[in-house]
Design a protein around this ligand. Structure first.
Ligand code: MG
Ligand code: ZN
Length: 222
């Protein structure tokens, strides 16, 4: 008799993938473009959302799912912008999964949403391994984290559609090799789109917003 080996990790990922597909079907039915935003803590996920919402909320109906280990401070900031927001507290969990997102979707008015952002838990290790039902992935890497992050956390950079290099207003104070950073990212992910931005000054946000608008349009044209 041969020994049966069950790899728990793979099992969990397969179940998650099925649930993610169901989430995506549900989002597709409502024509909602869904974007999974990932980064380390403090790279600027919430700042990006606030900057994007204030510039986009008159053009489309936005909703946000906020993932955090604890608290609802980010969700409250988003809520002040007048968009629908659901907070997921992972109670210590280091990533969002498709089950959590399903529960959040149950608490949103999908009929009244065109664009859904999912702010993942701040972490560069594992969020990329868990599909949520998103159509696009956006990863933020901020200059103070250093230009070596693609080399240290390759999976996160390999598994995204867009990389936003944030906090470029701090460049004069940092030894950050922009060309080296971009080269490392493209080496891992040749099809990636990279934008350099500052959520603080607004520099570079135009290019990101026009990418977003064309992604919304592509969804609606389907
Ligand atoms: Mg945040
Ligand atoms: Zn995790």
């Amino acid at each position: 008799m041969s020994v049966k080996i069950i790899t728990v990790g793979e099992d969990i990922l397969t179940a998650n993938e099925e649930k993610a597909r169901a989430n995506q079907n549900r989002l597709d039915k409502h024509g909602i473009l869904t974007i999974n935003i990932m980064s380390s803590p403090g790279a600027g996920k919430t700042s990006l959302l606030l900057g994007t919402i204030s510039r986009m909320k008159d053009k489309c109906r936005i909703a946000v799912i906020e993932g955090d280990v604890a608290s609802s401070v980010d969700a409250e900031k988003i809520n002040e912008q007048g968009v629908a927001v659901v907070q997921i507290n992972t109670a210590g969990g280091c990533h969002l999964d498709a089950n959590m997102v399903e529960s959040a979707l149950n608490n949103l008015s999908l009929e009244n949403t065109d664009l859904l952002f999912i702010e993942n838990v701040g972490n560069l290790i594992c969020p990329n391994a868990f599909l949520l039902g998103e159509h696009k992935r956006v990863m933020i890497s901020s200059m103070p984290e250093g230009d070596d992050k693609p080399l240290k956390y390759p999976a996160m950079f390999a598994d995204t559609d867009v990389v936003l290099l944030n906090k470029i207003d701090l460049k004069p104070h940092l030894d950050f090799n922009v060309d080296g950073f971009k080269k490392s990212v493209i080496g891992l992910n040749p099809d990636v789109i990279i934008f350099s931005i500052s959520c603080k000054t607004g520099e570079g946000l135009e290019a990101w917003l026009s990418w977003l608008e064309s992604a919304i349009k592509d969804r609606k044209d389907r």
